[in-house]
Design a protein around this ligand. Structure first.
Ligand code: PMP
Length: 297
């Protein structure tokens, strides 16, 4: 697949020129926060999915990282739209918007910042069942490196688990927190269904403040399901009838098995299947409810 023509690096630039210096604090220390965002092509329009939610999280992330010159939501929105327009996409697109410390210097500096946007045509990650390994790598804790922030540095933690899972013959990993409770996957949140009740680790389980997780909870509750956000024991994984991961990139991804134990209700299980179909209809615009989640270009 060829690269897009243009990216944003404090302005529209040819793709090849969207670079970050090796002396920058972003490169040396991972001093950056980013968003992964999807835009869906409905045949005639490109629709940015949950743009406002992503812009709000990026603002929070920059604040948390104490950037002295944070980028406003309006500025980032404009940069994303310009990047999409410049590339004239006619397909589903995956966007990243990264605010990063672009200067050299001491690790405690919080300035200057740059904004980078990339957008690439990309299909979905559709899978009928992920074979999941409970990782021996634990999620970094809120007291050490808060996972609720989407900071680039956090991704080493999940990457260790994802690479280990691949090496061991699995598709991906499910991580436990320092307390041994279930946390999340390397780039996705975890849900399981037990006796008809939908269960997901709570926000205090060292997970990202995920937009898709919130969306799943909203859709499930609207459909009349009971959703529990709570601590989840590792042993409960063996009691699950069905399970899935979710996230911007992964959308709704059914889980086939965890540590070799197949989901008794199948993959996808019935609740997962219904939810996935509904989510697809919403993102493709055939279901027009929740207009607040769509920003047309
Ligand atoms: N957890 C992690 C660690 C992630 O990287 C992602 C992807 N952003 C998610 C969960 C899902 O978050 P969201 O629904 O906001 O994409």
């Amino acid at each position: 697949m060829s690269n897009p023509k243009f990216a944003w690096c404090d302005g529209i630039v040819p793709w090849e020129d969207a670079t970050c210096h090796v002396s920058s604090l972003a490169f040396k220390y991972g001093a950056a926060v980013f968003e992964g965002i999807r835009a869906y092509w409905d045949g005639s329009n490109l629709c940015i999915w949950q743009l406002n939610e992503h812009l709000a999280r990026l603002e929070k992330g920059q604040r948390f990282m104490r950037f002295e010159t944070p980028f406003s939501a309006d500025h980032v929105a404009d940069a994303i739209k310009q990047t999409l327009n410049a590339n004239e996409f006619r397909a589903n697109v995956h966007i990243t918007a990264t605010a990063f410390l672009s200067g050299p210097g001491q690790p405690f500096l919080c300035d200057p910042a740059s904004l980078a946007i990339t957008a690439m045509a990309r299909g979905d990650f559709a899978t009928d069942g992920l074979r999941v390994q409970v990782s021996s790598w634990r999620r970094a804790s809120d007291a050490a490196q808060p996972q609720r922030i989407k900071s680039n540095g956090n991704y080493l933690n999940g990457r260790l688990a994802a690479v280990q899972a691949r090496v061991d013959g699995y598709d991906t990993a499910l991580m436990l927190g320092q307390d041994g409770k279930v946390s999340e996957g390397p780039a996705m949140c975890f849900f399981m269904v037990r006796n008809g009740v939908v269960i997901t680790p709570d926000q205090q389980s060292d997970i990202l403040e995920s937009i898709t997780r919130d969306t799943m909870i909203t859709l499930l509750r609207e459909a009349g399901h009971t959703v529990q956000e709570r601590k989840v024991d590792r042993s409960e994984l063996a009691m699950a009838d069905e399970a899935f991961f979710c996230g911007t990139a992964w959308e709704v991804a059914p889980i086939h098995s965890i540590d070799g134990l197949a989901m008794p209700a199948g993959s996808p299980g019935p609740i997962t299947q219904t939810l996935r179909s509904q989510f697809d209809a919403l993102t493709q615009g055939t279901d027009t409810s929740h207009p607040e989640w769509r920003t047309y270009l």
